[in-house]
Design a binder for this molecule. Structure first.
Ligand code: HPA
Length: 266
């Protein structure tokens, strides 16, 4: 498998000017020698499908353990990005950092400048009622206390949702893997350490878990007409403070990455 040839076949070797013409949008990205401010890849080095872990070392771990024919395309700010193949299909994996502002930078540049079509976040979440430690949560929608989406909607409450096709494929893959999984709403919160009772209210509304990125990812995907999904494993329980150890996190993470990669297959 020649990665560059396959990327070329998929039409990702395009000039920056071409991207500017076909992606007219209010989102502006600055270029440094054909690269973006935060991603040092040349156009064509990133696959149309990208997995998005928050932790850049997880990106490296995914590339090393799940992809073939891997090349590293980014080390700007140590936010590593890699491209390889999974079952012969080009796939990239890019660290995003934590929180809506950080993931927003990476997905905007990936979608707008590298013509990425499909983005699947793979991360951890805090479990609310109905979930258990190590369960997988597939995020159908993302409520949020982050203000960034409201800036665009002029205060209207917009409901960021997952791409249905990816959601269906992830559910099918989760069933095949035999993991305990849930499909429903998550809450994308700005505070990891939150002393208020806001999470209890979300729980009473049926929200399954809290994490810190999905509402931003889904909104940007909607704006740029791309496909996005979040899959996360419950790493800690909000009510009890119970949490997984690092070995358990790795096993849980493996299952989730496999589900994400299967969902990403064309
Ligand atoms: N809160 C927010 N994000 C998270 C958590 C949490 O408890 N656990 C994993 N991601």
């Amino acid at each position: 498998m020649h990665l560059n040839r396959e990327l070329h076949r998929l039409g990702t070797h395009r000039s920056t000017n071409w991207l500017e013409v076909i992606c007219p949008t209010r989102i502006q990205v600055r270029y440094i020698d054909g690269m973006t401010t935060h991603i040092g890849a040349e156009v064509g080095q990133i696959a149309p499908t990208v997995l998005l872990p928050g932790d850049p070392l997880r990106a490296q771990w995914i590339a090393q353990n799940f992809l073939d024919d891997v090349m590293q395309y980014n080390s700007v700010r140590n936010m590593f990005g890699f491209t390889g193949t999974y079952k012969g299909q080009p796939v990239s994996v890019q660290g995003t950092g934590m929180g809506v502002p950080s993931i927003s930078i990476y997905v905007t540049e990936l979608f707008k400048d590298y013509d990425v079509q499909t983005a699947i976040r793979v991360g951890t979440c805090g479990g609310l009622g109905g979930t258990k430690l190590r369960d997988v949560v597939i995020a159908m929608a993302a409520s949020t206390d982050s203000g960034v989406n409201r800036r665009l909607t002029k205060g209207l409450d917009y409901a960021p949702i997952a791409n249905f096709e990816l959601l269906e494929k992830a559910v099918a893959a989760a069933r095949t893997h035999g993991v305990n999984f849930h499909v429903g709403g998550v809450a994308t919160v700005d505070l990891f350490y939150d002393d208020s009772d806001a999470l209890k209210i979300l729980e009473s509304l049926g929200v399954l878990a809290v994490e810190m990125e999905t509402s931003g990812l889904y909104r940007i995907a909607a704006q740029l007409k791309r496909r996005a999904l979040t899959i996360c494993t419950v790493s800690d329980m909000i009510a009890t403070g119970e949490s997984t150890d690092s070995a358990e996190r790795e096993t849980g993470f493996s299952q989730m990455v496999e589900i994400a990669l299967e969902a990403a297959l064309e």
